[in-house]
Each structure stands twice: as C-alpha cells, then as structure tokens.
Design a protein around this ligand. Sequence first.
Ligand SMILES: Cc1ncc(C[n+]2csc(CCOP(=O)(O)OP(=O)(O)O)c2C)c(N)n1
Ligand SMILES: *[C@@H]1O[C@H](CO)[C@@H](O)[C@H](O)[C@H]1NC(C)=O
Ligand SMILES: *[C@@H]1O[C@H](CO)[C@@H](O)[C@H](O)[C@H]1NC(C)=O
Ligand SMILES: *[C@@H]1O[C@H](CO)[C@@H](O)[C@H](O)[C@H]1NC(C)=O
Length: 608
Amino acid sequence: SGLNDQVPLKMDLFPIMSSQDSVCSVLCVQSPGMTPCPLPSRHPTSCCSVAEIMSVLFFNTMKYHPEDPRNINNDRFVLSKGHAAPVLYAVWAEAGYLKDSELLNLRKVDSILEGHPVPKQQFVDVATGSLGQGLGAACGMAYTGKYFDKASYNVYCLLGDGEMSEGSVWEAMSFASYYQLDNLVAILDINRLGQSDPAPLQHHVEKYQKRCEAFGWNAIIVDGHSVEELTKVLSQPRHQPTAIIAKTIKGKGIPAAEDKMGWHGKPLPKEMAEGVMKDIQARIVNSTKRLYPAMPTEDSPPVSLRNVRMPNAPNYKLGEKIATRKAYGMALAKLGRYNEHVVALDGDTKNSTFSELFKNEHPERYVECYIAEQNMVSVAVGCATRDRNVVFASAFATFFTRAYDQLRMAAISESNINLCGSHCGVSIGEDGPSQMGLEDIAMFRAIPTATVFYPSDGVSTEKAVELAANTKGVCFIRTSRPENTVLYNSNEDFHVGQAKEISTTKRINIRVIDPFTIKPLDSNTIIEHAKATRGRIVTVEDHYYEGGLGEAVCSAVVNETGFNVHRMAVAHVPRSGKPTELLKIFGIDRDAIAQAVRKMLSSSANAK
Ligand SMILES: Cc1ncc(C[n+]2csc(CCOP(=O)(O)OP(=O)(O)O)c2C)c(N)n1
Ligand SMILES: *[C@@H]1O[C@H](CO)[C@@H](O)[C@H](O)[C@H]1NC(C)=O
Ligand SMILES: *[C@@H]1O[C@H](CO)[C@@H](O)[C@H](O)[C@H]1NC(C)=O
Ligand SMILES: *[C@@H]1O[C@H](CO)[C@@H](O)[C@H](O)[C@H]1NC(C)=O
C-alpha cells in the first residue's frame, strides 16, 4: 500500500502485497476464490502502518539467506511491536521461506504462526509481544556482532510509538549509544495511535528526534510510507546507532480506519474488507519477477558452545571459609579461562557479586550494563541468540524482580541464559530489606524453563557455574554474602536435580540434606530420607515462606502419607542489623533449627 508511481523501485518493492494470501494475512479478510481466513488477524492497522518499512527492510536493505533465516551471517531483525506479527509472516512468505498457504493458518493451534512472534519460527530469535523489550535484545545482538563476533551483520529493530513509553526502551537507547553500536538501527513507527488512546507525543516526530539525539543516537525523520525515502536513509553509512523516525498512518490503505481511534486489534468487517482487498488488488503489480535479498558477508566465526567445562576440580579445602558470591566470581573467571565464548554482564554490582574477578581476567568479554537490570536481562538474551555466547549476568538477587517480565519472555524465547543473584536473604545484614533477595526462589521457580541452583559452599558453587553453562533454559544461581564453611571435597560430583545428604547422626536419627538445586528438586532423595525419619521434615531457608524451598518440598511430598513438613523461613519484611541478629529474629538460625527439631521429636513422641 502507499506506493506511488514516482518511486523507481516500485516494481521491486511491491511484493509484500503481491500475494493474495499475504493480503489476507495482514488484513484478516477472505480473498475471493480462496479458502476463507478461518481466524481473523487481530492487528491489521498496526501492520498497515509498516508495510513499506517491512518491504524496504526485507527486499532492499537487509542481507540474509531467505532459505536459512538463522544463518549466523544474516542481518538480524527484531519485531519489537510483536502484535504486528502478520506483516512479519507476510514478508517471510514473500521471501519464499513460508508457504503462502501456511499464512491461512495464522493463530491456529497446530500452526507455527502464533499471535505474536515466537522462536519456533526460525526467523524469530526472541519472542516479542510484551512491549518495550525488543530493543534491549537487539542491543545484545549488536554488541555481539560488533565486539564478540566482529562480523559485518547489522541489527534492525522495529518499534511502535506506543511502546516508546516503556522505560526499558530508554535503558536500551542509553546502552546502544554508550557502546557505539553503529550496527544497530531502530525504526520507530510513529503512527500516532496506541491501543486505547493516542501515544503521548502524537505525530510530533521532532520530539522523538530530540529525545533520540539526547540519548546519543543519530535520528532521521522520514515519511514512513515513502519507499524512496526509506531506501535512501537505510542505505546511508552509519557511525552511531541510528533511529529512523518514520511518520506513518495507522491503518494506511484502509480508508475508514486510517489514523482513526477504535481500530486497534480489530479485524475488519466483511464488507469493508472486501472493498479494501479490491483496492489493493487493483494496485498490485502482477509481476512474475521474484525478489531476492542481497546475500550477507560470510564473516561470522563458527562457534561451538558444547561441553563448556572446567579442566580441573575446585581448589578448596574442607573447612575453609568462603562466601558463595565470591566462589561464583572465581568460578566464572576460571570457566572463562578455558572457554573463550563465556561472557559476563553485570549491573554496576561487580564488586559485590564478584563478577569483577571475571572482568579482571577477561575485560574484553565483560559487559557493564550499568543500573538497568531490565535491559541487562534483554541484552543477555540478545547475546545468547544463535548460540553465539555462553552468557552469565549477575546482580543482587532482589533486583532481578524488576526484570521479571524480561525473564518470563526469556523462557518464551527459549533463551539459554545464566543469571547469578547475590545478597540473598536477611543474612546480608546491615544494608536492610531493600537489598535482600527474599522472593527470588519463588520468582525463578515459576519460570517454566528455569533451573534454580542454591549452592551452599565454594565447591558446589563452582559446580553450579559449570553445570549452568551446560544446561538449557534460564539458569539461576543464588549466592550469599557471608563467608561459610566449605562442606564438600573438591572431587565431589554434582548434578542438576541431585541432592546431597551431608550428615547423618546416630543417637537421634537426623539427616541433613542439601538440595543443591531447588528446581528441579530431588524428591526421591528427600522422600527416601524422610521415610527413614518417620516422615518428619524441617525446611530452613533465608527467603520468604511463599514459593521457596519449604513450598517446593511440600509439593514434592504431597502424595506421601504420614509426612509432616515444618517450614522455617522469613515471615515478614525484615530490617537492618547484624546477620546473626537477623537470623535469630527471623527464627532461621542454628538455635531455632535445633529447637524446631526437638519440638518435632517430642510432639511425635507424645502423639504415640
Ligand atoms: C507491556 C505491554 N503492555 C501492554 C500491551 C497491550 N498492547 C498491545 S499493542 C498495544 C498498543 C501498542 O501501540 P504502538 O506501540 O503504538 O503500536 P501500534 O499498534 O500503534 O503500531 C498495547 C497497549 C502489551 N502487549 N505489552
Ligand atoms: C493483478 O491481478 C489481479 C488478480 O488477477 C487483478 O485483480 C488486478 O487487477 C491486477 N492488477 C493490475 C494492476 O493489473
Ligand atoms: C565497591 O567499590 C566501591 C568503589 O571502590 C566501594 O566504595 C565499595 O565499598 C565496594 N563494594 C564492595 C562490596 O566491596
Ligand atoms: C501425585 O500423584 C498424582 C496422581 O497419581 C500424580 O499425577 C502426581 O504426579 C504425583 N505428584 C508427585 C509430586 O509425586
């Protein structure tokens, strides 16, 4: 839509609308003589504002292998305004990767063409649909392209103006300019309207330009329906991250809906749709010429992320003292010594999380993300795409809560990222509750692809780092601030989902179990030992009651009869104080545990 006769490239750039199925997919209408679209496309007007942008990007600007969307040399594309998925599917059909007939299966339960982009589609690297997250992921890809791969691929990200209200977009804007990501282009679709209201800046493209410039970007205003202008600006050489501020009309090509409120996410009524179809078809150039995008430069290095191992055992002595947070930094630096694709990110807490130890040894593989945890998680996801890097990102455990939407989307993106949260629980002491991670186990347990490591000493922390690097999905390693005793021999073998029995007493039959991973939890070991102690279990954790270790154990033993789980955890918002004082106040110190065990023994004796 919107192409005019003066544009010299018209013939070549029209294909997005040249197939009836693509039109059907974008507009959600049934085309004459074809199987009717069984389900409506839900965002026709959001697609129409970017038809020319997508045509120019995919058939003039971007270099890629259309038959191999995930080729490591391809330019990357992120549809941050994920609800415009039908237009993405339409271009991949025009590129020949999707069958036209597949477009008619849009949103069906057995089709890969979901309502929003997901990585089961080979041409999607990161899931989008939660607005405001695409640019951060694009930053991770661009950082990887420029600094790790040192390759010539570019990264393009298409955003809506409504989503520009998300703070995470501006975190990403800062990151991109700080790291001079001149291989990154953001196209802002300024179509004036959001879902229920106009976007706050309406069509004031010069305000967007000023904001982008203030964030260190080169910002160029264009008519987003002019193929000529778009091809021109997108082919200019770049020395900075570039924002193409495209002034567009939401619903362009659907006269009754153009620039009008009330059409967001609505399929067109049949009559209107038929009229629009006719209009468009009359303007379609029935060229049989097929378009091929330019081929990329083949300069991305091959990378293998298999078998990221430590060559030797941890170097700790039994009884020695070390904080697990420090053991994390030491382990990561060691892993990086033997595996060149291990990279580390942190949000200005590197001397607390000890990721600093990695930075000291491998400065070129450390990415300071500053105090922008949402963006850090998105950048991590971006760095991990197409298996380019083994990514570890660290922060205080509690600050991952503000990136929870990004973490949830990381699971939907099938991302393999590793996160380390330090400063868990009241045991951090004097800094007080704002710095204490007390929800992190609950949060990560609820993520479907997550593995939650809670190592209890230096040896198991090093093993957790090595295992995380080789475990798919979102891995979380929970570390603590206080120094504690090394419990394990260096040659102890650890596995995901395998607990350790660390002591068994004789006089009274008590076993101490270290779960090592809270998810998956080693139910067999717990049940087996609990059977030997007549079903009596005490759980202790430096975490709130909700969603932590205690609840995980309760779920694991839910089918056992005669089991009695006594949970000990942090019951309310804590305060500042010495770690020992706080552990005592919240009833999770050594004395409290001993008391709980005695009470359990005597009450079950009484019950006899
Ligand atoms: C984080 C988030 N909040 C709300 C929504 C619901 N939503 C989907 S599209 C939309 C409007 C988007 O407006 P804009 O970014 O301008 O895109 P357009 O459709 O106008 O191109 C909203 C509010 C969402 N998907 N994600
Ligand atoms: C292209 O073909 C369609 C369907 O065959 C027809 O309806 C339309 O008029 C043609 N367009 C032009 C510009 O000739
Ligand atoms: C981190 O470094 C800063 C600046 O050197 C220092 O003030 C701070 O105390 C350090 N934090 C820790 C936990 O060591
Ligand atoms: C409990 O039993 C049900 C029914 O047999 C089973 O589906 C479920 O997986 C069991 N849960 C656990 C945690 O063992």
